[in-house]
Design a binder for this molecule. Sequence first.
Ligand code: RIB
Ligand code: CA
Length: 322
Amino acid sequence: MSVHRIIIDTDPGLDDAAAILMALASPEIEVLGLSVVAGNVPLQDALINACKIVGLSGRTDVPVHGGAAGPLVRDRVLGKYAGIGAFDDRLVPAGQIRPAEENAVRFIVRLAREAARTGDPVTICAIGPMTNIALALVQHPDVARGIGRIVLMGGAFAAMGHRTPWAEFNVYADPHAADVVLRSGVPIVMMPLDVTFKTLFTREHFEAFRRGGAAGQALSNLFTTFDRSDTARFGRPGGPIHDATTIAWLLRPDLFKGEDVHVGVELMGVTMGHTYADFHNKLGRQSNATVITDVDQAGFTKLLIERIGRHGGARSQPMPEA
Ligand code: RIB
Ligand code: CA
């Protein structure tokens, strides 16, 4: 079995928590560490949340590094649910994990350089605003040689934006960082709202998370307490777990469909953070990303629930239908 060696760059965040726990339960993935960024919540709260989630998994070997407290250029914006702040101890018990001394950007640079030296590039799963990654690439362009691929949750193409009518949050929160990543030459797989909105999770699924021991119960507590279901918007019950699509793609790329296209991002004005793709290559530019446009919803749902279940020793059990 080939193992993906990954850094998770994250702004936890409920769906980040699902992605992190999914990765930590998967033997196909070696989580080298978390680099944390402000986004859903301010940096200090994101750090507390990241430490709590890793602590719940029992993976004391996985370091959590604090990074950027705000974007490269624009004003800082936080997620719609920023009020959640640090996860309440009654929902997610505090653990023993504390942030590492090393800054997240230094951590990314150090690991990417080691990877370049050993010829074993790392994968970065970018599931928050991409400020840490952009800083590493801008300050030390050589690190691109040690990053084999960036699998990012971000952008919106045929789907409307949800933070503004034209922009998805991770890109909107730091469009200049997204632009640096898109221009970096590092192979990119993008999970935009077009695909993350296709799979909706309901209370039945959150209940199934509870098979995953303390970690699964905490995840279920979070999704039940801060339920994102929006039947008016989606026309059916449930809400998305955006970030878990990046881990699911690493585990089962066959569950997804995508196209290699040239992608750009708007950096100013009312459409700041809007991502656009030349799906028919009208301009003849080289593609810089594989944009994922479709997913096997039942397969993704089953995979996420099964992996969360592993935190409680659960093995494959009958899954709720998607
Ligand atoms: O737009 C969804 C993204 O923004 C997710 O990564 C969510 O956690 C927030 O970071
Ligand atoms: Ca996130």
